[in-house]
Design a protein around this ligand. Structure first.
Ligand SMILES: Nc1ncnc2c1ncn2[C@@H]1O[C@H](COP(=O)(O)OP(=O)(O)OP(=O)(O)O)[C@@H](O)[C@H]1O
Length: 230
């Protein structure tokens, strides 16, 4: 679905990603794990077309997309869920869901959204400001599925959420995967990452230092926690 080869990214003089290659296939959940400042968010922003100071190749469904605008990438089916979730505070849940345009034929219907996210039906008239952190995260994920995204870029969805809510987000990611959607997940929560992902890329100082199956990742959890300084 998405293939990245030799991606390097800079902020002015500073190189923050160095020759990174990775791929995510349809229906796969893959994490990018690394310390603060390792370059994880820059990777997601580069895939979405929001960071442009880069070299290397990015192809989506076999088409080179490096020169495409973020809009064109969204229309092709790439959905960005930023770490601040980007909810419109003064709109209701229903308005937040329906405001962005449907950009792809694989867009989820409201019925599908409500089946996977029953909380969004219950809260449909609530304003963005009234939502808990977990509800905001669910709304942000539901919104890109409603637009028709087939590859979700999730930036630390577990951050700041209570364990029981993190567990629910994990269930949602597994349900989304079962529908054939691919997920590239930035995470520092190693435990959570191991409950949802098929594979992991370990990023350190802008380089992929290891690629691990989920079984290997779980077996080396203690060492990885140490590596991440957690
Ligand atoms: N707008 C910017 N201008 C200059 N440097 C930046 C900018 N944004 C990020 N950086 C730097 O790029 C490097 C990678 O940042 P990035 O946010 O991608 O890392 P991260 O792994 O997502 O970490 P975090 O979890 O802290 O966001 C860091 O050294 C950071 O200071």
């Amino acid at each position: 679905m998405i293939e990245i080869h030799g991606l390097s990214a800079n902020y002015g003089e500073a190189r923050v990603l160095n020759d990174v290659s990775l791929e995510v296939h349809q229906g796969e959940v893959v994490t990018l794990v690394g310390r603060n400042g390792a370059g994880k968010t820059t990777m997601l922003r580069s895939i979405m077309g929001l960071h442009r100071d880069l070299s290397g190749s990015i192809s989506f469904d076999g088409k080179p997309i490096e020169k495409w605008s973020p809009n064109a990438r969204a229309r092709a089916g790439i959905g960005w869920v930023p770490d601040d979730r980007g909810i419109y505070a003064s709109l209701t849940v229903a308005e937040n869901l329906t405001l962005p345009p449907v950009v792809h034929k694989d867009a989820w219907s409201m019925e599908q959204i409500h089946a996977t996210f029953p909380r969004m039906r219950e809260r449909r008239s609530s304003m963005g400001t009234q939502l808990s952190g977990g509800e905001q995260q669910m709304l942000a994920i539901a919104r890109v599925l409603r637009m028709g995204s087939r590859l979700l870029l999730l930036d630390e969805p577990s951050e700041g959420l209570a364990p029981v809510i993190v567990q629910r987000i994990g269930e949602i990611i597994r349900e989304i995967k079962a529908q054939g959607v691919a997920v590239l997940l930035v995470e520092q929560n190693v435990k959570f990452a191991s409950t949802v992902a098929d594979r992991h890329y370990l990023l350190s100082q802008g380089r992929v230092v290891e690629q691990l199956s989920n079984d290997d990742f779980k077996a080396r959890e203690v060492e990885l926690l140490e590596h991440l300084g957690m």
